[in-house]
Design a protein around this ligand. Sequence first.
Ligand SMILES: Nc1ncnc2c1ncn2[C@@H]1O[C@H](COP(=O)(O)OP(=O)(O)OP(=O)(O)O)[C@@H](O)[C@H]1O
Ligand SMILES: [Mg+2]
Length: 278
Amino acid sequence: MSITDMHQDLTGSERIAPRSDSPHPKTVNTSPLISAQKLTKQYGAAQAVFSNLDIDISEGETVALIGSNGAGKSTLLKCLIGLLPHSGGQVSVLDETFSGRPQAAQARRIRSDIGFVFQKHCLVSRATALTNVVHGMLGRAGSWRGWHQAIASPAWRQSAMEALDSVNLVHKANERVDQLSGGQAQRVAIARALVRKPKLFIADEPAASLDPKSGHDVMQRFVNLSKKNNITLMFTSHDMQHALQYADRVIALKNGSIFLDQKSDDLTAQDLKGVFSG
Ligand SMILES: Nc1ncnc2c1ncn2[C@@H]1O[C@H](COP(=O)(O)OP(=O)(O)OP(=O)(O)O)[C@@H](O)[C@H]1O
Ligand SMILES: [Mg+2]
């Protein structure tokens, strides 16, 4: 997804005031944060990417979505949050329920509560780390101010600095993103997602372009921040170690169905081999 698409996706929030700085209050909500029933997706006349998937994800869970190239991971992520219309079934996410595609107002409400992180981090490479994090505020009231940190409100800059602090990058706030390492840039992308104070993180291969050490560092910080702030995290990965180590639960897609859906504690790398065989 390009930065333009991201901004289009993230604009138009109806939220008036930024949320308080405190973590999300613990509500007693037993209904899942994401629930899909008989979810089916077909692009045009092609064979369905997946059919009749039933998935429930609870608030606060960290879920790894795995599967071979083309298994449908990215498609499923997008269908679960209404970024792509589905072809059959029903989705409930963040208290919004829809079949096909969400209504425009529903889509805005859903997106305003989500922080996105992608493999190609979609940062503005010639802007500073701080400006990029301020961009995370786009979609809120007065969001034109989010285009550059110099015209952002002091409260926004403060929030953006706090988000950079949570990924240990305050010292890089005024450096251009194209002068940062891949791991540092991905930490900026996480800060940009975090500054929205989302209820849900959606991350498509957040560590894929990183070396093993930076990949672990990014995943560790990401999961710690999600847990600390009670943000539900759903990420895709081709790294089975990441799936087992950082997720509470692993869901594997294979041949258009859910091949496996288990707690990571109950799984070994050997168990996951079947996901990629055949
Ligand atoms: N916009 C599109 N139009 C038509 N077909 C698409 C589109 N996007 C994806 N597909 C097809 O849907 C299937 C699933 O693709 P998807 O990108 O969701 O897989 P993935 O599991 O994320 O793969 P990867 O591991 O390579 O990222 C593939 O066969 C792909 O070719
Ligand atoms: Mg993908």
